[in-house]
Ligand binder design. Structure first.
Ligand SMILES: NC(=O)c1ccc[n+]([C@@H]2O[C@H](COP(=O)([O-])OP(=O)(O)OC[C@H]3O[C@@H](n4cnc5c(N)ncnc54)[C@H](OP(=O)(O)O)[C@@H]3O)[C@@H](O)[C@H]2O)c1
Length: 376
């Protein structure tokens, strides 16, 4: 199911702390960075914090700039983003300013705690016996229409979203101070993060903002099994962009493919007819990798179109090439239509060979775009 774009936002000290242990909130950023954060809030459909931050910091979580609020209204959006919190205990102060300022509010909680929250000035949404982040993100997307979600902490919420592969972007403001306390809250706690400790996120921007430095990262390590992660979406988007580069053909689809190791390293990419008039995208990408590369067994192949199951021009179709290369995970946007081959079922071939196949229909339009004239 589609999720909103999830942006984790935090300010940290040089030793990775979100706060100190003293009373009151530790101000890590300066005025210029608070204004930047205000701008990011204004671009978001919803802002989420954990109940821990709500209790400790007692924030109002508003867009403060009247100009930004007016611009939202002029675009036909609510003046304020939806404010969201999550709690399992139900321990929330109904008189906190969070509930009585800004626009709409939503609380995601457990079935058990929901009953105790009925008096809150908010839409209380029970998601089951336990909090399930995927269910929360799907509900925000499908029911609340949230396409861009800003998450402003705290550490427990950030840790879960990153570890579960659900964060599309991390915006970190690093402040020039050291907290130094052993029990101060940290940005990320222990956990099993996608790709393990050697996986590197991709740095996409650094920028001084007053005396802090803004760093923006995006995840690279693929998901595992049949569950899609934020990095899967990013790589599949790249595969769709590659498909648009294919030399046109009246007799074959335009497809893009990327092969990515479990730690997020790109092993190869390719697109249809890039090197040879009959070469498919997956074939081109796999040919660029040493067949003895041990990373292939943990790799994911991203292909804008489901890998082919049958081919006239080659002895082995792409689904078989992928299995023979040792790859056991494929993410694709579009199941092959009957245009050139009837009832092709590359996904079936892959699954029968022991591979996980993830289809992300929200990318289908992009995968179809360079092939539209072939579909009549
Ligand atoms: N520097 C910054 O940018 C920044 C930003 C935000 C926060 N902070 C700091 O971060 C600290 C708070 O962080 P935190 O980690 O303690 O709290 P938090 O992440 O804000 O909230 C954690 C709470 O959210 C609920 N929750 C989250 N995931 C859950 C799950 N899977 N199942 C059940 N409940 C879940 C629980 O609420 P219940 O306990 O109600 O069940 C849990 O105690 C504060 O010191 C704050 O100042 C700093």
């Amino acid at each position: 199911m589609p999720h909103p774009y999830v942006l984790l936002s935090a300010a940290v000290s040089l030793d990775g702390c979100l706060d100190d242990t003293g009373p009151g909130r530790l101000l890590l950023s300066g005025p210029a960075d608070f204004d930047r954060v205000d701008g990011v809030r204004a671009e978001s459909d919803a802002i989420l914090i954990g109940a821990g931050t709500l209790r400790t910091d007692n924030p109002r979580l508003l867009v403060n700039s009247p100009g930004r609020r007016a611009a939202r209204v002029a675009e036909g959006r609510p003046e304020y983003p939806l404010k969201v919190t999550v709690t399992a205990s139900g321990d929330l102060d109904p008189d906190a300013p969070f509930w009585h300022t800004g626009g709409e509010k939503a609380v995601y909680t457990t079935d058990r705690a929901a009953k105790s929250l009925s008096g809150l000035a908010a839409d209380v949404v029970p998601v089951g016996p336990e909090l399930d982040w995927r269910a929360i993100l799907e509900h925000l997307h499908d029911v609340r229409g949230v396409r861009r979600l800003m998450v402003e902490g705290g550490g427990r919420v950030h840790t879960q979203l990153l570890a579960q592969g659900l964060a599309d972007e991390l915006q970190l403001a690093v402040a020039p101070l050291v907290v130094g306390e052993p029990h101060a809250p940290r940005l990320f706690g222990p956990g099993e993060y996608p790709g393990g400790p050697r996986a590197r996120m991709r740095l996409v921007e650094t920028r001084p903002v007053g005396d802090v430095v803004l760093m923006r990262y995006v995840p690279t390590a693929p998901g595992t099994g049949d569950r899609a992660s934020a990095a899967d979406r990013r790589w599949l988007e790249l595969a769709c962009e590659l498909a648009a580069q294919c030399p046109p053909s009246e007799t074959a689809f335009s497809v893009g493919a990327v092969v990515v190791a479990a730690d997020g390293t790109e092993l190869a990419r390719g697109y249809s007819r890039e090197t040879d008039p009959v070469r498919h995208a997956e074939e081109t990408a796999l040919a660029r990798i040493d067949p003895a590369d041990p990373r292939l067994s943990g790799a994911t192949v991203y292909s804008s179109l489901e890998p082919c199951a049958r081919r006239a021009s080659r002895p082995r179709p792409c689904a078989r090439l992928i299995l023979d290369a040792g790859v056991r995970r494929v993410v694709t946007a579009w199941r092959e239509p009957d245009t050139f081959v009837t009832a092709a079922d590359g996904s079936g071939v892959l699954r029968a060979g022991g591979a996980d196949v993830v289809v992300l229909p929200e990318f289908e339009e992009r995968a179809v775009a360079p092939n539209r004239r072939l579909l009549g």
